[in-house]
Design a protein around this ligand. Structure first.
Ligand SMILES: Cc1ncc(COP(=O)(O)O)c(C=O)c1O
Length: 250
């Protein structure tokens, strides 16, 4: 994208260098997923967003959290920003707000940003309109979905299940077919060793009733629904171990 600078994943020194080299005051916004999703299921290193927040304050740019994957409970909090104390100026969201039952995406905007558009008659107008903006049916589905998440305490359930996923995934860490395992909330990633094909692992798992996604960089993605049981998490991860034994032993 023109006028967009990219920095390496979670490299705070590279981010700071890039911001300073290009003149921080010319930067409009910094945007990142709080946990990298398709980029490999990678949580942020400690202190990353604290430093970004300091730089944002120094130069006056906005911080935007892309929470399309993480918002509405995936990390056991309503937003990942809440879990990491990120306090972004804007949050983009989609999937979790309706649990995918109907398509809805949106942006949450902090008062410091939205108030600019209501500051009297000379306030700037943000011209935008989508064919299906403010669609009543999907809004009703989103509200009902949020009500169910609250009623069934699904955020609490995610927090309860997180240690189960951690315990199971950690047992894969020293498998010869595994380079790294990563986890946070109900998100897990199994980074496969060189020479082990994620597609082969996924194919073996399919035959055993476990449906997983292999990300482009050969990382298995685990992102179960919040109603998953502890036993089902064990089935998924032990299934991965058995499939790895099969594929790696070939
Ligand atoms: C983190 C993240 N941001 C944005 C998107 C794209 O969202 P949308 O399809 O609502 O534009 C995706 C899609 O998977 C995503 O994972």
């Amino acid at each position: 994208m023109p006028e967009t600078l990219l920095v390496d994943q979670w490299d705070i020194d590279a981010a700071e260098r890039t911001i300073r080299e290009h003149g921080g005051e010319k930067i409009a916004a910094f945007i990142a997923e709080p946990v990298m999703g398709v980029g490999g299921l990678v949580p942020p290193p400690a202190g990353y967003f604290e430093r970004i927040k300091e730089l944002a304050k120094e130069f006056g740019f906005l911080v935007i959290a892309d929470e399309v994957v993480t918002a509405f409970g995936r990390l056991g909090t309503w937003t990942a920003s809440e879990r990491f104390n990120l306090e972004p100026d804007m949050i983009t969201f989609a999937k979790g707000i309706t649990s995918g039952y109907l398509p809805l995406g949106g942006v949450i905007v902090a008062p410091s940003v939205s108030s600019q558009f209501y500051a009297g008659n000379d306030a700037p107008i943000f011209h935008q309109g989508l064919t299906y903006s403010g669609h009543a049916t999907v809004a009703a589905v989103a509200l009902k979905n949020l009500e169910i998440i609250e009623r069934e305490n699904l955020l609490g359930r995610v927090r309860e299940l997180e240690p189960v996923l951690v315990e199971e995934l950690e047992q894969l860490r020293h498998h010869p077919g595994v380079k790294d395992v990563r986890h946070i909330g109900l998100m897990g990633g199994v980074d496969l060793a060189d020479g082990v094909s994620g597609l082969d692992v996924v194919a073996v798992l399919e035959g055993r009733g476990v449906h997983l996604r292999n990300l482009p960089n050969n990382i298995l993605q685990i992102s179960p629904p919040f109603i998953v049981t502890a036993e089902e998490i064990r089935t998924i991860v032990r299934g991965i171990r058995d499939a790895l034994d099969t594929v790696h032993g070939r």
